[in-house]
Design a protein around this ligand. Structure first.
Ligand SMILES: Nc1ncnc2c1ncn2[C@@H]1O[C@H](COP(=O)(O)OP(=O)(O)OP(=O)(O)O)[C@@H](O)[C@H]1O
Length: 523
């Protein structure tokens, strides 16, 4: 049949391609390309293609999620949310993969300490010399400070850059399998809530084993680089998904010996934690139906070593440290409950300066509701009874009753160690201090003569030099010049820092410094 040009609509081939083009946009051009340039006749397939397109269209119309279900049958996907630590594992792992160097679309951003996937020191960056490496005493030309400083300043000009896959889809091979990584930012309407992100990892096949292997490898890589460092987490508000724990830094463990406190007290504190963490103790608690928790209160003037002791204990026991600021904007009892519920089985939670959190006043007439077993009943179940809270906590969204609920509540994770610190023991409500909430209290005070000597010895031994910096006689002198029971460790440390390599000068100037301190105190 030859076309006479009178009625192109009547041409079944043209009709077919037009219809196909409306169902699958662009198909007409492809059809034209095949017939005109490649001289392949695909007229016979048009009806089949139209039928297929119509069928797919109908299925999608009748069951909009059917394509998703078909996709689920042949594709496995893992979803990873930013507020979860797995996000950090994945971002850290992917940013160190060779295929990241070949990807054409990536996000290049200055490395920030708060990047959850990379809180290592700047000097840990690939190919960069560490601060210590820049100071090489064996090389004669690097022995002066000016040389060292020039090198450091030059290095610091080039801020470390993190390369991570940009938003959208990326493909790479892992153990011979094709993996798709999709990254998407979720933008909040509120500025305060910050940004949030999600990742999806997909592979062909219903078996997601390869994704699990990849995620486990990412986790291993991430955890192994921490070594024995103390990991510190902080509560942070995430977009519209409330508060979550966010890893904020890792630090070399602080030696317990560097915290000046009566040896017996330090030992008792650490031994008590060890005893609590022992599996027998755990069983003992469970057998008797006692909630498996332990609480400590460290009290004393500012700068006497409360936080330092907590850090040292976390380092010694290899526990992660979770810091929670009770004055955080938007933090309420519910979010605290959920934060405590998200704690790992073994960790230390540090609530610092609880006296300043607006929960210091007594509960007045308020009676904390309890069940028959003397457990605090969650506030949600007792709204009417907690309405008349008479403390000044109305200024703060965390009330004393709320805090007690969280500490004892059913949601509070078993196995955690709670450490609270305060500068004003006298301001705390006795309810907060009762056994079960606070099982051991340690008082910190001003430095005694022996403490001063110990701090002095510790400072001049720990300053990176192995040579003994001073004689016993000088230590003796140091202990006697500074009056016992008047100054905090932080104050004395501050003074000694001004004479880091000169213990003799520190001793010589101590009397004058003490005099100034005493004068300042009187004013
Ligand atoms: N007992 C101590 N032994 C060794 N160093 C100490 C001691 N007390 C304080 N310091 C030093 O003083 C600084 C502040 O110490 P730290 O934060 O532990 O005090 P704090 O009691 O927790 O203070 P605050 O009540 O203000 O939180 C740190 O640099 C720490 O090294």
């Amino acid at each position: 049949m030859a076309s006479n040009g009178t009625s192109s609509v009547a041409d079944p081939v043209l009709l077919g391609t037009t219809l196909l083009d409306s169902l699958i946009p662009g198909s007409r051009i492809i059809f034209h390309f095949f017939t005109s340039y490649l001289k392949i006749d695909i007229n016979g397939y048009i009806q089949i293609l139209i039928g297929f397109a119509l069928l797919t269209g109908c299925i999608q119309y009748l069951h909009p999620d059917i394509m998703q279900r078909i996709g689920d049958l042949i594709i496995s996907t893992a979803e990873i949310r930013m507020e979860d630590e797995v996000f950090a594992y994945m971002m850290y792992w992917i940013s160190r993969q060779p295929h990241m160097k070949r990807t054409s679309r990536f996000l290049a951003a200055i490395k920030f300490k708060h990047d959850p996937w990379d809180d290592s020191d700047d000097s840990d960056s690939e190919g960069e010399a560490s601060d210590d490496e820049c100071w090489d005493e064996s090389e004669s030309k690097l022995t002066t400070f000016d040389d060292y400083w020039a090198k450091m300043m030059n290095r610091d000009k080039y801020k470390a850059i993190n390369f991570t896959p940009s938003e959208g889809s990326h493909y790479f091979r892992y153990r011979g399998r094709l993996i798709k990584l999709r990254r998407k930012q979720e933008r909040s309407t509120s500025r305060d809530l910050g940004r949030s992100e999600r990742l999806w990892l997909s592979c062909f096949g219903k078996n997601p084993e390869i994704l699990r292997q990849l995620l486990l490898e990412a986790q291993k890589t991430y955890i192994e680089r921490d070594g024995n460092r103390t990991l510190i987490y902080r509560a942070r508000r995430y977009y519209e998904r409330g508060f979550h724990w966010m890893r904020c830094m890792s630090r070399s463990p602080r030696p317990l010996s560097s915290v000046i406190l009566e040896q017996a007290q330090k030992q008792e504190f650490v031994d008590d934690m060890r005893e609590y963490l022992h599996p027998h103790t755990r069983r003992w608690y469970f057998d008797r139906g006692i909630p498996y928790r332990r609480g400590y209160l460290l009290h004393g003037p500012p700068g006497t070593g409360k936080t330092s002791l907590c850090f040292a204990a976390a380092g010694l026991l290899g526990l992660k440290l979770y810091l929670l600021n009770l004055k955080m904007n938007g933090l309420d009892e519910d979010s605290m409950c959920s934060l405590f519920g998200d704690l790992p089985r073994r960790c230390i939670v540090l609530l610092e300066d609880i006296d300043t959190a607006g929960i210091t006043q007594t509960r007045g007439k308020t009676v904390t509701p309890r069940d028959a077993d003397d457990h605090v009943v969650p506030a949600s179940e007792t709204e009417s009874s907690t309405e008349n809270v008479s403390d000044d906590s109305s200024r703060n969204s965390i009330t004393l009753s709320g805090l007690l609920n969280v500490i004892d509540g059913v949601a509070a994770s078993e196995g955690r160690i709670l450490v609270m610190t305060t500068n004003h023991l006298d301001k705390l409500d006795p309810a907060l201090l009762r056994p079960g909430r606070v099982d051991m209290s340690i008082g910190f005070g001003y430095m005694s003569e022996n403490d001063i000597k110990e701090l002095f010895a510790s400072m001049y031994k720990l300053n990176g030099s192995d040579r003994p910096c001073t004689s016993n006689g000088q230590q003796q002198a140091k202990g006697e010049v500074i009056p016992s029971g008047e100054l905090t460790a932080a104050e004395i440390q501050g003074y000694l820092l001004n004479h880091k390599d000169k213990p003799e000068a520190a001793v010589a100037g101590a009397a004058k410094w003490v005099e100034e301190m005493q004068k300042n105190r009187k004013n």
